[in-house]
Design a protein around this ligand. Structure first.
Ligand SMILES: Cc1cc2nc3c(=O)[nH]c(=O)nc-3n(C[C@H](O)[C@H](O)[C@H](O)COP(=O)(O)O)c2cc1C
Length: 282
């Protein structure tokens, strides 16, 4: 199976191929098409990288793209730490379930919720901030950091670079904060391994839930679940078979991932960690 549109494919054929890999046998709806959509639909997580460094200026372009994302009330409650030092990457890999791609990628980005600038601005103004200790401003930071990171992600893929997000940064939030020298009111939300994909270990497009499962018109229709999820179970098993992976239906994988507190890999204590890091969420 080749997961890149053939180079001589017409735009329409390329669209159909990418939509096919994304949804397999599901309907491939007609609609507008351009290079941005092609880049986004061609996404696949990359976990095997060449050691080559990124060209000069790439990191700064990524951050400019990240900063261009919408941000709640223009608060910009996020920061990113760029890590290239091998020892620091190794330590972060250890803290993130020993995932080797963290050590092996040439650039590791850690996207953070950052309330520290608001606290500093308040200090300068001799204000007591009462509004940051609630769940809502924490959600604002999570949304801001995520939108920023995803903008960078799209730029990476548009440049032929690859990445994989790393939720494992929340397994040991205090140790990650110490490793990155994060001040109070800053928390690592997720990491991102970045680099040139290793052509000898290509990553493929993983099919997603049928559109009918996630797109509701006017009102939510719970019936969509019954109609679509069984088909997706079969579709994902087909993908796993092609990849030589263990064949497990999506419903089994997904429910096991949140089966109990132990399945959260230490993240069941995130509330306590947040308190320590300066997010006393009420
Ligand atoms: C917030 C977030 C955290 C993730 N954490 C990890 C991780 O720790 N390790 C990993 O290998 N993949 C991680 N992933 C990648 C997902 O497993 C991947 O996006 C998903 O299986 C879909 O595959 P695809 O991205 O190739 O389409 C993460 C993705 C997101 C969005």
């Amino acid at each position: 199976v080749s997961f890149a549109p053939e180079s001589n494919a017409s735009e329409e054929d390329a669209a159909r191929q990418l939509l096919h890999w994304r949804y397999r046998d599901g309907p491939a709806p007609e609609g507008p098409w351009n290079e941005v959509i092609a880049t986004i639909l061609g996404h696949r997580s990359v976990r095997a990288f060449l050691p080559d460094r990124l060209p000069d200026g790439t990191l700064e372009r990524l951050v400019a793209a990240a900063s261009s994302a919408s941000t709640s009330s223009n608060l910009q409650t996020w920061s990113v730490v760029a890590v290239e030092d091998q020892e620091r990457k190794d330590r972060l890999a250890e803290l993130g379930s020993r995932q080797k791609h963290i050590s092996e990628c040439p650039l590791y980005l850690v996207w953070c919720v950052d309330h520290s600038r608001l606290h500093l601005a308040a200090q300068e103004r001799q204000m007591v901030l009462g509004g940051l200790d609630f769940l809502e401003p924490y959600i604002v930071g999570v949304v801001d950091a995520t939108l920023a990171a995803q903008n960078a992600a799209i730029v990476l893929e548009s440049l032929g670079l690859g990445f994989v997000y790393i939720g494992g940064m929340r397994n040991h939030p205090e140790e990650v904060a110490a490793t990155l020298g994060l001040p109070q009111h800053v928390m690592a939300l997720f990491g991102m391994c970045v680099g040139y994909p290793d052509p000898d270990k290509p990553a493929d497009i993983k099919p997603r839930l049928p559109m009918a499962a996630v797109l509701h018109r006017e009102q939510y229709s719970p019936a969509a679940h019954v109609a679509t999820v069984a088909a997706y179970d079969a579709c994902l098993v087909e993908f796993q078979r092609e990849q030589g992976m263990r064949e497990t239906p999506w419903t089994e994988l997904a429910t096991n991932r949140v089966r109990d507190a132990a399945a959260l890999n230490g993240r069941d204590r995130i509330r306590t960690a947040l308190e320590t890091l300066g997010f006393p969420i009420r």
